[in-house]
Design a protein around this ligand. Structure first.
Ligand SMILES: NC(=O)c1ccc[n+]([C@@H]2O[C@H](COP(=O)([O-])OP(=O)(O)OC[C@H]3O[C@@H](n4cnc5c(N)ncnc54)[C@H](O)[C@@H]3O)[C@@H](O)[C@H]2O)c1
Ligand SMILES: [Zn+2]
Length: 398
């Protein structure tokens, strides 16, 4: 059985945890010796196929642990209500270990329940979505949304073990599957140009070849993420590229949008802002755009979401100050602008609306005010165009 393993050593801690990526369900519990042998609460996403849940529960039963299951519907996201459900069972069952089986919603909720119950108990994760495999499950960032603010309440708490079983992805919708790749593109852009090249090559393969090489790609992305969290904790800010506007869209959009989709749109917009400010270059931004498109990720805000609504969403961003919005911008593919002092670039709230409106045509006019040689038209809706015009910056596209 193919199983890639990487040991992750988060900075400034004595913690180590293993990340395993495997194609099929394991016969034995990986890292069994690392996990407490006592009462185990298994929290799983109710939309997972029953046989998959049964396979996971069997691993714990065979190891002689007394376990209890809790099925959660993740439709309402990372809500306080779901957290209270987990806390309630914990108060009654008194687990020594909590295991999350699901995507990023479950890993954030279970991780935070583990961080907060009795001031912290161990947890392990079986990640079942691409986004959880390459990002959420490995980050140690846990929490819930509160009062419309994404991840408003949370804690850093690392799992004891993370297990990515690719068979879980068979039942995942194609939209959820591809949304996870937005974070892989992001990680390539912010820290690892080799990963960017690899995902670019993978995206060009036939679907059979893509499947054959999926474990490799997912594991590479995991290692990149593990390397980021091995850096000083303030470097984590690097991973916020695409997330200021991405979260604003996620919070303000009336239609439910996947986190990865919002991040892809966020990268399209923030990347262009970086070019406009002379921090990044349009040739690399265009490479990013082509890759996002090849991966069938969206690059424009949803129809009906106005510029003002995006700005209202940005006002809720936890990194925004009273005067400024703050962004993480690429300088090159593989490197983010700034240094350990700060990876954020501030743009005054006052000037921001104008800047964004200059780049994105949010008016109902069907034509932008410059002659475009090769306009990158980012909408099919002629009545409400979101036009991004690289030519407007007097830069040549390849
Ligand atoms: N902590 C972090 O560092 C971090 C990083 C990225 C994202 N996140 C968070 O993760 C969440 C998004 O993660 P996600 O996309 O995994 O969302 P999710 O967990 O909500 O899963 C997406 C959908 O897929 C379903 N699903 C999950 N696994 C399935 C499977 N194997 N088969 C069938 N259906 C399945 C879920 O029921 C849900 O409808 C957001 O809340 C985001 O903020 C956190
Ligand atoms: Zn993210």
């Amino acid at each position: 059985m193919i199983c890639y393993t990487h040991i992750c050593r988060p900075f400034n801690t004595t913690i180590r945890f293993a990340i395993h990526t495997m194609i099929d369900f394991p016969k034995d519990l990986p890292d069994d010796d690392l996990l407490p042998r006592g009462r185990t609460l298994i929290v799983f996403d109710s939309s997972l196929p029953r046989d998959c849940i049964a396979s996971i529960c069997r691993l714990f039963e065979h190891s002689g642990r007394l376990s209890r299951k809790l099925s959660l519907t993740v439709r309402c996201g990372k809500s306080l209500k779901s957290l209270v459900r987990i806390w309630t069972i914990m108060a009654d069952f008194k687990p020594e270990l909590i295991v999350g089986v699901g995507g990023g919603t479950i890993s954030d909720l279970v991780g935070f329940a583990a961080a907060s119950y009795k001031r912290g108990i161990p947890y392990a994760l079986f990640s079942t979505t691409t986004i959880a495999m390459v990002d959420a499950g490995v980050s140690g960032k846990t929490g819930v949304d509160f009062k419309g603010i994404k991840n408003a309440i949370g804690a850093i708490h690392y799992p004891l073990s993370v297990i990515n079983v690719l068979s879980f992805l068979d039942s995942l919708s194609i939209d959820d599957f591809r949304a996870g790749f937005a974070e892989v593109v992001k990680m390539g852009i912010v820290t690892n140009s080799d990963l960017f090249t690899q995902i670019n090559q993978w995206a060009q393969l036939s679907s059979i070849e893509q499947r054959n090489r999926l474990a490799e790609i997912i594991h590479q992305a995991c290692i990149t993420k593990a390397n980021i969290i091995a850096e000083p904790s303030e470097h984590l800010a690097k991973t916020m590229y695409g997330h200021a506007i991405g979260h604003a869209i996620e919070v303000m959009s009336s239609t439910h949008l996947r986190h990865g989709d919002c991040i892809a749109i966020g990268m399209a917009m923030e990347g262009l802002l970086a070019c406009k400010l002379g921090i990044w270059n349009l040739i690399e931004w265009d490479e990013q755009m082509k890759l996002l498109e090849t991966l069938h990720l969206p690059t424009v805000p949803p129809l009906g979401l106005s510029l003002d609504q995006i700005i209202m969403g940005l006002e809720k961003d936890k990194y925004a100050t009273e005067q400024d919005f703050r962004f993480v911008f690429p300088e090159h593919i593989g490197r983010i602008s700034g240094d350990a002092e700060s990876f954020f670039t501030s743009i005054s709230r006052k000037g921001f609306r104008q800047l964004l409106a200059q780049i994105f045509n949010y008016s109902s006019l069907s034509k932008p005010d410059v002659e475009l040689e090769h306009p990158r038209v980012l909408t099919n809706d002629k009545s409400q165009p979101y036009l991004i015009s690289p030519v407007a910056f007097n830069s040549k596209r390849r």
